[in-house]
Design a protein around this ligand. Structure first.
Ligand code: AMP
Length: 218
């Protein structure tokens, strides 16, 4: 299965991607995670990306496209992948299609996580992440067993720098302006499906399982 999860920040794409990845044994490729890793490792791409990410702006297309292409070229991507956060504009969508065509592949589905604005802001403001293993929590809906401590590795959870109220608002504007137009792009391609991002993780997963059966992907 080759999937793209599309939707505003905080729509639940990352959380659902982890569930899908575990259940269907395909890799989860989050462009945001790849970029954060590059920033942490102070690579050339990471140093370049940092100032854009801090402001909530999109990192230049060539930097992101290269990082994602490199990940997709690894052998574990052959079975399929779940792209989360990429593509984020039409240029990136063209690049992705081009790269897949080169290896005789194409996307199966693009899932649009439809959400109410209020859900998104609440989810992002309450999000806590593990800086070590990348697991996401939420102070109300998905609290860790012990306050501010990762259930899996015991590291202290943090708020992402770009989950501050001001940056959240800006990221949502960037989404509306640059990423939302992708909906009509993929609709025209006939592979866009709308799913309810406001549902809780388990209920949405049930819906997606049915969708994949109906689409004959599993
Ligand atoms: P995310 O974790 O998907 O919310 O991404 C965090 C930040 O990384 C975004 O606000 C952007 O600055 C950057 N980023 C992630 N994916 C992309 C992308 N496909 N294109 C450009 N910038 C991106």
């Amino acid at each position: 299965m080759r999937l793209v999860l599309l939707g505003p920040p905080g729509a639940g794409k990352g959380t659902q991607a982890v569930v899908l990845s575990n259940n269907y044994d395909i890799i989860h490729v989050s462009s945001g995670d790849l970029l954060r890793e590059a920033v942490k490792n102070k690579t050339e791409a990471g140093n370049l990306a940092k100032s854009f990410m801090d402001k909530g702006e999109l990192v230049p297309d060539d930097v992101v496209t290269e990082i994602v292409a490199e990940r997709l070229s690894k052998s574990d991507a052959k079975k399929g992948f779940i792209l989360d956060g990429f593509p984020r504009n039409e240029k990136q969508a063209f690049e992705l299609a081009k790269q897949l065509k080169k290896i005789g592949e194409k996307l199966d589905l693009v899932l649009f996580f439809k959400t109410m604005g209020s859900t998104v802001i609440e989810r992002l403001a309450g999000r806590r992440v593990c800086p070590k293993c990348g697991l996401n929590f939420h102070i109300k809906t998905r609290p860790p067993k012990k306050r501010d401590v990762c259930d899996t590795c015991g590291s202290t959870l943090i708020s992402r720098d770009d989950d501050k109220a001001e940056t959240i608002k800006y990221r949502l504007k960037v989404y509306e302006r640059q990423t939302r137009p992708l909906l009509s792009y993929y609709k025209k391609e006939g592979i866009l499906r709308e799913v309810m991002g406001d549902l809780n993780v388990d209920d949405l997963f049930k819906e997606l399982k049915e969708l994949f059966v109906n689409e004959k992907l599993t």
